[in-house]
Design a binder for this molecule. Structure first.
Ligand code: S3P
Length: 441
């Protein structure tokens, strides 16, 4: 059932809030816990539809998990110790879940049928399957879900240069490498989020990282023996992006988002906002569970347009829709370059962002892989935004509604639960006028 939301012009936002746990770290914590010997205890896990799909898939392959007082206990089976699943593994909307798990399954001597929702069925899987096939896995079906992946207990190590900057592809290969004799190396043209490498080390794998200019090579030693560990999952900077953007554009706002991951491979949006003149501070910086975290203090103010260079894209790939919303209120034309990857996310985010902005009376267009947004003092609003089963499109335009003259209607916000359960309530608590009760305007 679709869950529409109406976002109305709001007065200043204020107060402190927390956002749910980081999605990338949550998927990985469950996976590494499952591949370890002994128990892993996870606090702050993102309990969203996407992450629960990964948990369920691992349970279908014999991993025991229990949840007590919001903390998760995973009883690992060791690398290569998963059992063949009886039915298909359903990853719902979760690209990260299915792609990472492809790497895991590739290193096991059994077949698994992988399925997902309509959005996931449209997303390219060849980028992950090609290197896994080179290592010795087989695929029945094409390079889209549904498909059957036949793993092997006898993979061959590879050195693989990523054709696209993708942390999911890198991670799938490294995960398969854990169960492969010898050394498996991934070379990435630009650094992408490094949670897989960090967590592999945390669980006891041997990982070597070499950086030559922008290019990074990551080597994992196979036939690894991992040991269960404790993982604290910090708040997701990609979710914090929405209250951050809302506080920046609603005049008079002053909001603090507590305990947010500020790993430099994830903070491209915050660097960009600072360049736009945002009053944004990382307070109380500290380390938690091997990652850097901080409280983000955000105050509204005038922003100016900027050019966002293509090499920044891997550090903020999920944040372009909400940056486009902020850019709609800034002075001048913001140019965001190198966005080809946005076309293959949960929706074609380049097209969905332009369509949403246009529906709200904002001028925006694409020039090849560049998104251009013309800022304006007044956002007319009054339109309906189509989300195309994409949580981040839904949240980005809900934020735009907070400064629009006329209410903005989001056609369906049900998918928000894949990454940010409780989004509307948490935003209402700091003053956002969101109505998702289903009533008419
Ligand atoms: C993710 C990597 C990114 C990102 C996604 C999470 C990860 O995808 O968009 O939300 O956890 O590895 P790509 O690897 O396709 O860039």
């Amino acid at each position: 059932m679709p869950r529409p939301l109406i976002a109305r012009k709001s007065t200043a936002l204020s107060g402190a809030l927390r956002v749910p746990g980081d999605k990338s770290i949550s998927h990985r914590a469950l996976i590494f816990g499952a591949l370890s010997i002994g128990e892993t205890h996870i606090s702050g896990l993102l309990e969203s539809a996407d992450v629960l799909a990964t948990a369920h898939a691992l349970q279908q392959m014999g991993v025991q998990m229990t949840r007590e007082d919001g903390n998760w206990r995973v009883v690992g089976v060791g690398c290569g110790g998963l059992a063949p699943p009886e039915g298909p593994l359903d990853f719902g909307n979760a690209g990260t879940g299915v792609r990472l798990m492809m790497g895991v399954i590739a290193g096991h001597d059994f077949a698994a049928e992988l399925i997902g929702d309509e959005s996931l069925q449209r997303r390219p899987m060849g980028r992950v399957l090609d290197p896994l096939k080179q290592m010795g896995a087989e695929v029945h079906g094409g390079d889209r879900l549904p498909l059957t992946l036949v793993g092997s207990g006898d993979l061959a190590p590879i050195t693989y240069r990523l054709p696209v900057a993708s942390a999911q592809v890198k991670s799938a290969i490294l995960l398969a490498g854990l169960m492969t004799p010898g050394e498996t190396t991934v070379i990435e043209p630009e650094a992408t989020r490094d949670h897989t490498e960090t967590m592999m080390r945390h669980f006891g794998a041997e990982v070597r990282i070499e950086q030559v200019t922008a290019e990074r090579s990551i080597t994992v030693t196979g036939e690894a023996v991992l040991h269960g560990r404790d993982v604290e999952v910090p708040g997701d900077p990609s979710s914090a992006a929405f209250p951050t953007a809302a506080a920046l554009i609603c005049p008079g706002s002053d909001v603090t988002i507590e305990n947010v991951l500020v790993n430099p491979t994830r903070t491209g949006l915050y660097d960009t906002l600072a360049e736009m003149g945002a009053d944004l501070r990382f307070e109380n910086e500290r380390r938690s569970g091997g990652e850097k975290v901080a409280d983000l203090r955000v105050r509204a103010g005038k922003l100016k347009a900027v050019r966002v260079p293509p090499e920044r894209a891997p550090r903020m790939i999920d944040e372009y829709p909400v940056l486009a919303v902020v850019a709609a209120t800034a002075e001048g034309e913001t140019r965001m370059e190198g966005l080809a990857e946005l076309r293959v996310k949960e929706s074609d985010r380049l097209a969905a962002t332009i369509a949403g902005l246009t529906a709200c009376g904002v001028t925006a267009w694409a020039e090849g892989d560049t998104l251009v947004v013309r800022g304006a003092e007044r956002i007319p609003g009054g339109g309906t935004v189509e989300t195309h089963m994409d949580h981040r499109i839904a949240m980005a335009f809900a934020v735009l509604g907070l400064v629009a003259e006329q209410p903005v209607r989001i056609d369906d916000t049900a998918m928000i639960d894949t990454s940010f359960p409780g989004f509307a309530e948490r935003m209402r608590a700091i003053g956002a006028d969101f109505d998702d009760s289903g009533g008419s305007e």
